[in-house]
Structures are given as structure tokens and as C-alpha cells.
Design a protein. Structure first.
Length: 427
């Protein structure tokens, strides 16, 4: 079978060969353990689903401690070049270097490849221990903006010449100095939020919801306080929805106009009618209220579009409701160029490195996301169904074992083999 590269077609669709080359970064700490288990399951599912006619050719690329030990660099240029060349890659958890230079290897990858969507699907699998009464009500996909806000934040430390210069500019040029309570001891941070960056994120979220026939997109923001950054994100989102998606969507802005001109009863009837016709509802929620809604009414939200910092809080809080980030997958995607890096959402847990004890589900489910992105949905479903059956059988790794009654403790590698067995992927 001849190996080939994945490419992006002129029509904006990925061309996926039967034997694609996909780079992987095994990760630091527990990375090799969870990657080894995930790869085993992914390969078995592909072989079973397609009768041996499809296969991934894995290509290792280096980042993190392994890269530093071999090359003296935490994120070699060659790694970025390979990720660009082959479009789709997958990675385990990476250590953040201590000291100056790179803030975070994960952030650097996202910025360098312009992976503007951090995609975090959050759903519950029956049998997974959860701190909430009805985790089955949580089923949302979070689109977190990945290149602006605090990820592109500009900071100056308190007492630095740069902070003094910025304070002088704010005071003397913009007349904003009075807003700073303790000017001489203040550090400063600036977060850029652009119309272009906001629109491409919200556009991707709306298109995803339409493609998957989901009921709503919720724009989550703090625009009640930050009018021009977070507030701009909301306004630009509504404008884009009405301008580019027309009669496929119905926005809260349109509902508000109907309420003002026709009354609330008529506006509510219109909303109900539009929903019945299958239109996608575009709404917004203030960020702090949304963190409540994750617990109180998660069933009201399907796709969420939000800025970087809000998305960080929201994705982890929502993940907690379905069992934690240990079973929550993630991806970083540029839907325009096709570039995507699928990743474990948890940390490296170095004290458990090479113990063969940790849950590989986050990385494995990120692999499921990767297969879905490639259009290999049969293999993706095979893995997801087998994982769900394995959890329900209570033959699990230490994290779930400690929270389940009458469970059987498995090592990471044994858990992978159990998934393969339950998916009838052996042989």
C-alpha cells in the first residue's frame, strides 16, 4: 500500500488517501503510555472497519523533553515543518519549559500553525463517575478562540520601564490614568480581540452546528463589562450569522426586534416557529452566568463559541461534569487550511511516567475526533462504542477504579486491549 500525504483541495475539502502519513508526538511524562495504548486501539479499529484496505503510516516528530534531550530545542523547526506539510497530526501531553522563552509548547504550536479553533466536545459516557446528578444532560461542543485574547496577550511587569511608559501614555495621551487604582505598583496586560479573528471562529462554530444538525450556537462573552473586546465578539458574531447564513439561522437579535415591534408573545411564537422549521438559533450568554448554566441547564446548549480565556474556564468546568479532563478530548484546527493537531487535554503527570497506570481515554477520544475529521467515521464509531462498553463493564484504569463500586483494575495497556476486545477488533 503506497503512503501518501493528506492535502487540501481547491474546493476546501480534505483529500484523504487510504494510507495517509500522520505525524505524532508521543508526549512527556505519561505521554508514551497513553499514546502507545491509543495507537494500538486506533490501528485495530481502522484495520477492522476497512478490512485492511486503510492504514495510517505514523511518523514521529519531536517536541517537549524528548526533543530537548535529542536536539537541544523544545520545539524544533523540523517539527513545525512536518506538521505544516502533512496537515493532520496528533500529540500527547507536553511539558511547559521552565524559565524564559516559550510560554507553552501547546500555545506555540497553535500560534505557529494558526490553529484558530480549540475544539472541545464534552459528553458523558454511561458509567463514568460524575459529581453532578444528571451528567447525561451535558452534550456540548466548545469552539474556543485559539490565537487572540490572552494567548496573544502583551504584558509588562510592575515597576518596569515599559509599564511606566504605558502608564504615561494611558494617562497623558488617552486620559485613562484615573481608572488605575494603584498606578505605581501595577502590572499591565493588553488582550487583542479582532473582528477578523472573532468572525472566523464563530463562522466555524455555526457551520459545524449546521453540518451536524444541532439546535443552537451560544456566544459566551463578558461584553457587559468589556464592551469593545468581549462585546465586539458578541456583536460581530450576530452580524456574521445574519449576513452569511441568512435564512438558515434565527438570532436573539431578531427575536428582540420582534418583541419590540410585535410584543413578547408574538416574538416567542416566532421563535418557536423558526425552531420548528429547523433553523439554527444563535444566542448569547454572559460568561459567569454560563458557568452556572453548565450545572443548572446544560441541555439548553449544544455548540458554544467563546474567546480564549472564557473557553479555558468553560471547557474544564464542563469536563468536570462528565468525569474530568481525563476523558475529555481536544483538537486545534484551522478550517481554512485544513491544518489540525489533535491532543490529550490533561497534563504530563510526571510522577506516573512509565507506570502503565493512567487512563488513555482523552488521547484516544482525540484520535476519534481525528478519524471523524478525516471522514473515517466507521472506525471512529467503533472505538467510541467499544470504549463506552468497556467503561460500563467497570474494567477500568485507576482513576475510575477508585470511584466505582465492584470495578476491576486494569493497567493502561490492558485497558486498550479490553477496548479492542469489546469492539471485536482482534485478529
Amino acid at each position: 500500500m503506497t503512503t501518501q500525504k493528506i492535502t487540501m483541495g481547491a474546493d476546501g475539502r480534505l483529500n484523504i488517501p487510504d494510507n495517509p502519513i500522520i505525524p505524532f508526538i508521543e508526549g512527556d511524562g505519561i505521554g508514551p503510555d497513553v499514546w502507545g495504548a491509543s495507537k494500538l486501539v486506533i490501528d485495530a479499529a481502522i484495520a477492522h472497519a476497512y478490512g485492511g484496505n486503510r492504514k495510517i503510516e505514523w511518523l514521529e516528530i519531536l517536541a517537549g523533553e524528548k526533543a530537548f534531550n535529542k536536539t537541544g530545542e523544545w520545539l524544533p523547526i523540523e517539527t513545525l515543518d512536518k506538521a505544516r506539510e502533512y496537515l493532520i497530526s496528533i500529540k500527547g501531553p507536553l511539558t511547559t519549559p521552565i524559565g524564559g522563552g516559550i510560554r507553552s509548547l501547546n500555545v506555540a504550536l497553535r500560534q505557529e500553525l494558526d490553529l484558530f479553533v480549540c475544539l472541545r466536545p464534552i459528553k458523558w459516557y454511561k458509567g463514568v463517575p460524575s459529581p453532578v446528578v444528571h451528567p447525561e444532560n451535558v452534550n456540548m461542543t466548545i469552539f474556543r478562540e485559539n490565537t487572540e485574547d490572552i494567548y496573544a496577550g502583551i504584558e509588562f511587569s510592575a515597576g518596569s520601564p515599559e509599564a511606566a511608559k504605558l502608564l504615561s501614555f494611558l494617562t497623558n495621551e488617552l486620559g485613562a490614568g484615573k481608572k488605575i487604582r494603584f498606578p505605581e505598583s501595577s502590572a499591565f496586560g493588553i488582550k487583542p480581540v479582532s473582528k477578523d479573528g472573532s468572525e472566523r471562529l464563530i463562522r466555524a462554530a455555526i457551520q459545524y452546528a449546521l453540518d451536524n444538525k444541532l439546535p443552537s450556537v451560544t456566544i459566551v462573552h463578558k461584553g457587559n463589562i468589556m464592551k469593545f473586546t468581549e462585546g465586539g465578539f458578541k456583536i460581530w458574531g450576530y452580524e456574521l450569522a445574519e449576513r452569511e447564513f441568512g435564512d438558515k439561522v434565527y438570532t436573539w437579535g431578531q427575536w428582540e426586534n420582534a418583541r419590540k415591534t410585535q410584543g413578547e408573545e408574538a416574538a416567542n411564537a416566532k421563535m418557536k416557529s423558526e425552531t420548528a422549521q429547523g433553523k439554527l438559533i444563535i444566542k448569547d450568554v454572559i460568561a459567569d452566568n454560563f458557568l452556572q448554566q453548565i450545572l443548572l441547564a446544560p441541555q439548553d446548549y449544544s455548540v458554544v463559541a467563546t474567546l480564549n480565556l472564557n473557553g479555558d474556564y468553560i471547557s474544564d468546568a464542563a469536563a468536570a461534569a462528565v468525569g474530568g479532563i481525563g476523558i475529555s478530548p481536544g483538537a486545534n484546527i484551522n478550517y481554512v487550511t485544513g491544518h489540525a493537531v489533535f491532543e490529550a487535554t490533561h497534563g504530563t503527570a510526571p510522577r506516573f511516567a512509565n507506570t502503565d497506570t493512567m487512563n488513555p481515554s482523552s488521547l484516544l477520544l482525540s484520535g476519534v475526533m481525528m478519524l471523524e475529521y478525516m471522514g473515517w467515521n466507521e472506525a471512529a464509531k467503533l472505538i467510541e462504542d467499544a470504549l463506552a462498553a468497556t467503561i460500563l463493564s467497570k474494567r477500568v484504569t485507576i482513576d475510575f477504579y477508585n470511584l466505582m463500586k465492584d470495578a476491576t483494575l486494569l493497567k493502561t495497556s490492558e485497558f486498550a486491549k479490553e477496548i479492542i476486545k469489546n469492539g471485536v477488533m482482534e485478529g
